[in-house]
Design a protein around this ligand. Structure first.
Ligand code: ADP
Ligand code: MG
Ligand code: MG
Length: 931
């Protein structure tokens, strides 16, 4: 049977002759429903916002002449209207649906609800961006006790017809009437009925059930629906259709959809579209099937056709992982005609969309239909490779190639792999599919909530599931890695893991998982191994291997080439691709990228990752080293300035040596050095034993140590005696630090190294604070220049990290030669939120109450903190046109914050060494988007 050409109806349009004159494409005011297929479409890919991704691409594919079963899309505007008007539809909607349904009937040559020749449809959701598995699809809609006769006659198979019917009643019960179990661990009432029937009949497989059995199931399903919901299963196809449409719109606001949107920054008001489409049947027999494919390998990016299919299967059988699918190349033998057609479509789609596509197809009795296409999700490595290849293939210009790689995806290339020797020694207990690359080790959790709870306690977790579903998303996000027993490379687990950048091994069918007992068994060499919740396992998402126990991980290829220098570039293909991409990124970006690095070795790493300077060198970290903490404590415990000077004199040579080493590594690149910042009590021990030790060392009574610590006690150290306040009250500290910096610079220059120190005064709120401190620093610089005869370059500036500093930036820029936004403290002080105490409320603030769109300590609060930054930039530049501007808070490595920094005109961002590649790419994206 073909839905478009049947025994009982004359052949109709095969997609060549437009069933309807081609209208001008575009959003039409007052129009809510858009037709596609049959050789003409009202919409196209440009209407994604209105038609959702699925609807827009179905229209686009139909427009390209690809075999798309015809249907229509109810726009996302209707979803918005529905929620704005107490779940009511626009008044003209019914009429539009009627007209479009008539059009679909015309193309299909069947009638919806017709007893002899019934049209069956699927009802599918589709938001602007794909939300895998978030919205449920209802298939085979239009069947009832009368139309079933038509389907039997048309298909010539009662078994097929009743199988379709029982699937429909089941899906309708689950999705539309809300009978789907809340969690995977509750059993589905329909599945229980099927199991009972199989036991009765003494068969193991669903496929062994007869037409008669399936017919019984339909009846029993309907009874269960009535018993559980009090609703009679609707026999009227119109009622079925509208029930399903409402269910799709309602599914926009299910918990799991909301969670997914939050995790992926999808606005609530986008809404979903509804697609109603002529059914095609992949379960019509051995010459039918269904599958999913990628136009390139989504794990490696290799330019090969990649996918999976099942013959005689319907809908999401492939994705659900109930049967293990075949590789797409096997289709060449089974159905060469459809395979060739698919290859042609692959080429056509890539040429048309100029990006890797993810497609869904169904073969009905040897005839191929395309059911979906969208831009394919991919790993970081694949994203880079595909971008480079497509530029080389002249499909896209290099700037677009650059935009195709998301900055955060680079972190996957920097992620650790297993230590080779340890991995060799370890015994693999099972092997699944290499669905999400990288290495992960952690404690086993079998339930998403357990994974969350364990992760919150600070454990590394591997979430192990038979298969995952959208309910598991939070647990997946909390886990280091995901392991499933069922499902292919395109299963839910694999798709979501790739998107989240998680390590994933899927379809590891040797595992026998018992959710109730929280254990899994696997038989290795005739011996059963049992792994309990909380035990360690390790998974390699690049090979699919699963190991018992913990395996140490080691740096990635890129890190080994750049930082460890234990791997030659020519032996490291991923490194080479990374390097090529970075050349483009550096060509495209305007902003400079610096590192937050406190020591010479960190500076060396930073340069390897492409740092162009140090944006934040915290001097206090230097005080904690061997032999340094003692004179530091001596200085703090001193009674007067003289004693303090004596202790500081011991620190001077130590700091000087550190600075000299940093200058040498940085080779003339700018180095922003922040003078001492934390409150002094942080350098002292708080336990009596430690205090006694210091007293003994310094030869002073323990009581004095205690008294001093008590005197330094503050109720609110974050707002206390710290930052420039220390240097203002104890100028000798600033003097010593400035001297160490400049003498280090002079010595470095003497040894032939260029230097560019930038002395940064922290926590300035009033210009006078800066005036006093910078006067001191300039005086020391002049003295060191005179003493050494070396004219090193340097500058003095400040960190803008409290609101008063930002507000009076104009005055401050009269003294400061540069600003560096310390957005950690600026966020704390602007929001009045202590980062260390915010755990209790900040998570619900973001996740549940939606007060801030993202954690303001992770991504700049652009409307609050960001406005202060903008103000400070404007006032600062107005006062001093060549004022140098940067950022050194954690935000410097967050892509969206980097883009914001570009927009407000900063000269550079500074972040931790391992975030530098990400910041370089984000800066490139910012520059390209600005144009
Ligand atoms: P999702 O958004 O979860 O991908 P889809 O709307 O794509 O959901 O539907 C899931 C599956 O249902 C599809 O992959 C396809 O196999 C099947 N399906 C949907 N519509 C049809 C149809 N008109 N004919 C046959 N199968 C369909
Ligand atoms: Mg689905
Ligand atoms: Mg789909």
């Amino acid at each position: 049977m073909s839905t478009q050409q049947t025994k009982t109806s004359p052949p109709k349009s095969k997609g060549r002759k437009p069933a309807k004159p081609a209208a001008k494409k575009g959003a039409t005011p007052g129009k809510h429903v858009y037709f596609f297929g049959g050789g003409s479409s009202d919409g196209d890919a440009s209407l994604r916002n209105l038609l959702g991704g699925k609807g827009a691409n179905l229209a686009e594919m139909a427009g390209l002449g690809l075999p798309v079963p015809s249907g229509f899309t109810i726009s996302t505007d209707v979803c918005t209207y529905y929620y704005d008007h107490g779940k009511k539809y626009p008044p003209t909607l019914r009429k539009e649906v009627e007209q479009n349904l008539a059009e679909v009937e015309k193309v299909a040559g069947r009638k919806f609800g017709d007893v002899k020749n019934p049209l069956l449809v699927s009802v599918r959701s589709g938001a602007r961006v794909s939300m895998p598995g978030m919205m449920d699809t209802v298939l085979n809609l239009g069947l009832n006790d009368r139309t079933i006769e038509g389907l039997i006659a048309m298909s010539g198979s009662a078994r097929f017809a009743y199988d379709s019917y029982r699937r429909f009643v089941q899906m309708y019960g689950d999705v539309v009437l809300g009978m789907k179990p809340e969690s995977k661990d509750e059993s589905d009432p329909f599945e229980e009925i099927i199991e009972r029937k199989k036991r009765q009949r003494g068969v193991k497989e669903d496929t062994a059930l007869t037409a008669e059995d399936l017919k019984d199931l339909v009846g029993e399903f309907k009874k269960t629906i009535l018993a559980r919901t009090g609703i009679h299963f609707p026999e009227d196809p119109q009622e079925q259709l509208w029930g399903a449409i409402s269910a799709v719109f309602s599914s926009w606001n299910t918990d799991r959809a909301i969670v997914y949107r939050k995790l992926n920054d999808i606005p609530e008001n986008w809404g979903t579209a509804v697609n109603v489409q002529t059914m095609v049947f992949g379960n019509l027999g051995e010459d039918s099937g269904t599958g999913v494919a990628f136009t390139r390998d989504p794990a490696t990016g290799e330019n090969v056709f990649y996918g999976e299919f099942l013959m005689n299967a319907q809908g999401e059988d492939v994705v659900a992982g109930i049967r293990t699918p075949l590789e797409i190349s096997a289709l060449r033998k089974i159905d060469p005609k459809s395979f060739k057609q698919l290859l042609d479509i692959r080429a056509k789609l890539e040429k048309h969309y100029r990006d890797m596509q993810d497609v869904e197809f169904t073969i009905e009795a040897g005839r191929l239909y395309m059911l979906q296409c969208r831009v394919g999700k991919r790993t970081g490595a694949a994203a880079i490779r595909i971008a480079l290849d497509m530029v080389n293939e002249k499909l896209i210009p290099w700037k677009e190639g650059l935009l195709r790689v998301k900055p955060e995806q680079l972190s996957q290339l920097l992620r650790p792999t297993f230590v080779a020797a340890e991995k060799e020694a370890a015994v693999a207990i099972a092997k699944g599919l290499n669905a999400g690359p990288g290495a992960a080790t952690g404690k086993v959790a079998f339930h998403a909530d357990d994974a969350e709870a364990m992760a919150q306690k600070g454990d590394n977790v591997i979430l192990v599931r038979i298969e995952t579903s959208p309910e598991d998303i939070r647990g997946m996000a909390a886990a280091q890695g995901i392991l499933t027993a069922r499902g292919g490379m395109t299963s839910h687990a694999a798709l979501v893991a790739r998107q989240m950048g998680k390590v994933c091994v899927a379809g590891c069918d040797a595992l026998q998982i018992d959710y109730r007992k929280r254990t899994m068994h696997v038989v290795v060499g005739g011996k059963t191994i049992t792994i309990k919740e909380g035990q360690y396992i390790s998974i390699d998402g690049s090979t699919g291997e699963v190991f018992e126990g913990q395996i140490r991980t080691e740096p990635s290829e890129v890190v080994r080439v750049l930082v460890d220098k234990t791997l030659k570039p020519n032996k490291a293909p991923h490194y080479q691709q990374y390097a090529e991409l970075m050349i483009w990124a550096d060509k495209a970006r305007r902003m400079r990228v610096r590192a937050n690095a406190d020591q010479a070795d960190q500076c060396a790493n930073a340069i390897a990752f492409g740092a162009e300077g140090v944006g934040l060198c915290r001097t206090e970290h230097m005080f904690f080293g061997e032999g340094k903490i003692e004179p530091m404590r001596e200085m703090i415990l001193a009674d007067n300035a003289d004693e303090r000077r004596k202790a500081l004199a011991k620190l001077l040579p130590l700091q000087r040596k550190d600075f000299q080493a940093i200058f040498k590594v940085m080779g003339g690149r700018p180095v922003t050095i922040r003078l001492i910042d934390p409150p002094l009590h942080e350098f002292l021990p708080h336990d009596p034993k430690g205090q006694q030790e210091i007293a003994t060392q310094l030869g002073i009574p323990a009581s004095r140590v205690r008294e001093r610590i008590e005197a330094l006690h503050e109720f609110n150290p974050m707002l206390g005696f710290r930052g420039c306040r220390l240097g203002l009250i104890y100028p000798e500290i600033t003097e010593m630090q400035a001297r160490a910096i400049f003498e280090g610079a002079a010595r470095a220059m003497k040894s032939g190294v260029q230097v560019l120190p930038e002395v940064m005064i922290p926590l300035v709120g009033h210009v006078k604070e800066l005036e006093l401190q910078s006067k001191l620093v300039h005086a020391v610089a002049a003295a060191v220049r005179a003493e050494t005869g070396i004219k090193f370059k340097y500058s003095v500036g400040t960190m803008i990290e409290i609101p008063r500093g930002a507000i009076t930036a104009g005055e401050i820029a009269g003294v400061a030669e540069f600003f560096s936004f310390g957005t950690n403290d600026l966020t704390q002080t602007t929001l009045g939120v202590s980062r260390d105490d915010a755990g209790r409320f900040l998570v619900p603030y973001v996740a549940d109450l939606e007060i801030y769109p993202r954690d303001p300590f992770e991504s700049i609060d652009q409307d609050g903190v960001g406005q202060l930054m903008r103000w400070a930039v404007d006032k600062g530049r107005a006062a001093r046109s060549n004022l140098k501007l940067g950022i050194c808070g954690e935000h410097g490595g967050d892509p969206s914050s980097v883009i914001f920094c570009d927009q407000i005109g900063l000269d550079y961002v500074s972040c931790s060494p391992f975030r530098i590649p990400i910041a370089r790419l984000a800066a490139a994206h910012a520059a390209l988007q600005a144009k």
